[in-house]
Design a protein around this ligand. Structure first.
Ligand code: EZ4
Ligand code: CO
Length: 405
């Protein structure tokens, strides 16, 4: 039995990039942390929590996680949406953190205990051209990764999604009051990418898992053509082939290719996955535990997916904070149909602000055995990193038309 919630506060910090977190404190001094970061819309979630959710938490019983989820979701009348669901997800993570600390157990024990010893993860390899990509693949393999997302530049395009420039780690959002604009050309991409990925497969041999992200940029027919062209590469998955709203048309893609499809990093509820799962239109659910309503909701999505032999491969870029990664790993360790975790890595300062019991070794992650989520936040250090606006780019076709980034 824990005491009531006596404080709920929002923390905004920028250790290498912007993060938002919620801190929930109980009368007996337990503290729970949840990630509320929504890339490029950080302050909207901060306000949602600070102005509308935190006051509702005061005096509530932190042990009632499910009831609080229902209260915040059904009780607010306005349903779904990334801002709402990221806010609910943050509260949910914080309450699981408190429940684990109250029990003296890591959260994965409360979820039924480990079903595996460690969690396979993948990281990114990027290169401006194929030789640079192969070097990057060698570099991440030397760090132990057995699963690699390969992204590469396209001849004729200055900048391409997922490809870092100048040797620095790839970071999707850039600083400034408005997004940078990039030129995109799907035909050039489709001409180039099958050969580039075939070169990666030839370079690494049959065993390493290779993944690729098309980032919502193809029509259904283009997606079907690309899937067929990539079948010899034996991808672990091809991600986000068509725009997120266009779910029905994945039937067309499925009719033409057996390439495994991963979708849904921008989806936040089970209802957005319902058709994709029950029609077996996807193989992997990409939702992040923080964006999709927390552990309480993502495990429901996992349970639905399990019936249809769909597995989880949650989003884990640098904009899903080390707190959310912890939540994903606790869920992952205890969930049979959890396949793989994206692990892009963090700026050193983010590791310092968000101490975590989770650890990476040998191509795998483990949440650790600290009580709760296994997170401690250095609030004094966090306060030294002030929020600064940063946005994901936007993309235009060669004729200037805005297109999917
Ligand atoms: O563009 O995290 O698979 N990963 C991705 C990411 C997303 C950003 C959005 O915030 O597609 O890099
Ligand atoms: Co993606």
């Amino acid at each position: 039995m824990t005491d009531r919630i006596v404080a709920a506060e929002v923390l905004i910090t920028r250790p290498g990039r912007n993060y938002v977190a919620i801190k929930v404190t109980t009368a007996d001094g337990l503290v729970g942390w949840g990630d509320a970061t929504l890339n490029g819309r950080e302050l909207a979630v901060a306000s949602y929590l600070r102005d509308h959710v935190c006051p509702l938490l005061l005096g509530r019983d932190p042990a009632r996680i499910e009831d609080t989820w229902q209260y915040l979701y059904r009780g607010c009348y306005w349903r779904r949406g990334a801002v709402t669901m990221a806010g609910i997800g943050a509260v949910d993570l914080a309450l699981w953190d408190i429940k684990g600390k109250a029990a003296g157990m890591p959260v994965y024990q409360l979820l039924g205990g480990a079903v595996r010893d460690r969690i396979l993860c993948y990281t990114h390899a990027t290169g401006i051209d194929t030789p640079a990509l192969l070097d990057a693949v060698d570099e991440v393999r030397a760090r132990g990764f057995r699963a690699i997302r390969a992204q590469t530049g396209v001849p004729g395009l200055d900048k391409v999604y997922g490809v870092s420039s100048g040797g620095a780690a790839y970071e999707p959002a850039g600083p400034g009051l408005a997004p940078v604009e990039e030129i995109w050309d799907t035909d050039a991409y489709l001409r180039h990418i099958p050969g580039a990925l075939a070169a990666v497969r030839a370079h690494v041999g049959p065993e390493p898992a290779l993944l690729h992200d098309a980032h919502h940029r193809l029509t259904p027919n283009q997606a079907a053509r690309l899937g067929k062209a990539l079948e010899p590469v034996d991808l672990f998955w091809l991600e986000d082939v068509t725009p997120a709203e266009n779910q029905d048309m994945l039937r067309l893609v499925r009719r033409h290719t057996t390439v495994p499809l991963a979708i849904g990093e921008v989806f936040t509820t089970i209802w957005e996955f319902q058709q994709l799962i029950t029609e077996q239109l996807i193989d992997f659910v990409r939702a992040a535990v923080s964006h999709a309503g927390g552990i309480t909701h993502l495990r429901r999505i996992a349970a639905l997916a399990e019936v249809w032999q769909v597995r989880l491969g949650p989003h884990g870029p640098s904009d899903v904070s080390p707190i959310a990664l912890a939540g994903s790993l606790h869920l992952g360790l205890a969930t049979p149909n959890f396949a793989i975790q994206e692990y892009m890595g963090y700026h050193d300062a983010a590791h310092e602000v968000f101490w975590h019991s989770w650890r990476y070794a040998d191509g795998h992650l483990h949440p650790g055995d600290a009580p709760g989520l296994g997170i401690e936040v250095d609030e004094a250090l966090a306060a030294r990193f002030e929020y600064a606006p940063a946005y994901l780019p936007v993309a235009r076709c060669r004729d200037g038309t805005l297109t999917d980034w």
